[in-house]
Design a protein around this ligand. Sequence first.
Ligand code: NAP
Ligand code: F7E
Length: 325
Amino acid sequence: MKSALITGITGQDGSHLADLLLEKGYRVTGVVRRSSVDQSERIAHLLDRVEIQQGDLLDESSLVKAIERSQPDEIYNLGAMSFVPASWEQPVLTGEFTALGVTRLLNAVRFVNPRIRFYQASSSEMFGRVREVPQREATPFHPRSPYGVAKAYAHWITVNYRESYGLHASCGILFNHEGPRRGREFVSRKISDAVARIRLGMQQKLRLGNLDARRDWGFAGDYVRAMWLMLQQDTPGDYVVASGTQHTVREFSEIAFARVGLDWKDYVETDPALLRPAEVDSLLGDASLAKERLGWVPEVSFEGLVHMMVDADLGRLKDGGNRRQ
Ligand code: NAP
Ligand code: F7E
């Protein structure tokens, strides 16, 4: 039986990845940081099938202990401060979690067992003000937020430890991926949740920032499959994971409202306070390498994703907020 350790298991991707690895027969351990409130909503359905180790990306000794105790074959580093606007409010802490945290974890891997295979959650935010369209593995980075800058450091330290110490370390450069488990502050879930609330008479309006921003959106359940595939290769590498299609925030809203028979123009208002100090205007990924080498193809379309999210939020709210996503 293979064994995997996941940081960020309580997050959107961590919960989907844990589902996938359990299905594949893995023994799964999650690193969870201490909190005075329960953070396990997304993994409540699998708590009896995963082991939990307390640990924090700020504390290298806790990472060493988690690895020593769980003896993983594979580590997936999904833990991070992942909300872009918050990275301007807390740039130093973002660097500690999202950038230096990766070095701490890579050190822990080196010292405990350098044969462990390692996955780093890199991000399309590293491309920022894009230098070419579509973006691929060789496209230069120009991050536009402290989050993007931290992810660029994390990406290169992972490449560096692979080249310096021969670690089997891979980076998935993932474009935006969403689903019913997405945090409510991200635009996709903010929209799907508001559409459901407006349909049910629980909310009047939806305030958004930049409606013209373009993103390459996919479904998180598809994207965690690519993470796993990267660690099954004989040779480590870096891969863009994207749908290859692009839509605006306006189009996302239009399809989401139409799903419940409403016109988005009657409900969406723009709020300048939600604009970012520096915006990533447009992202579009080229996942040819992942298709060719990993055999990875996404299954859920953009429209299918928007419908899935709206339907899930409607169902959850009709159930009094208790339905599992
Ligand atoms: P998410 O839902 O925000 O989850 C982040 C996870 O990181 C949570 O489990 C959180 O734990 C954990 N975490 C935060 N700080 C930590 C710390 N100091 N020590 C240990 N754990 C910590 O993010 P996601 O959408 O699943 O994304 C997963 C990873 O992929 C992140 O690294 C993100 O930056 C990256 N990424 C995401 C996307 C995307 O579109 N979703 C695209 C590219 C890359 P708590 O529950 O305790 O807060
Ligand atoms: O914004 C615009 C906003 O916060 C998408 C993270 O998972 O993906 C995510 O980062 C776009 C931006 O995601 C609102 O200005 C308009 O252009 O959903 P988001 P993100 O910043 O792209 C990358 C790949 C990651 O790695 C990150 O961890 O939507 N937008 N109005 C808005 N965004 C938000 N949040 N809220 C609005 O009201």
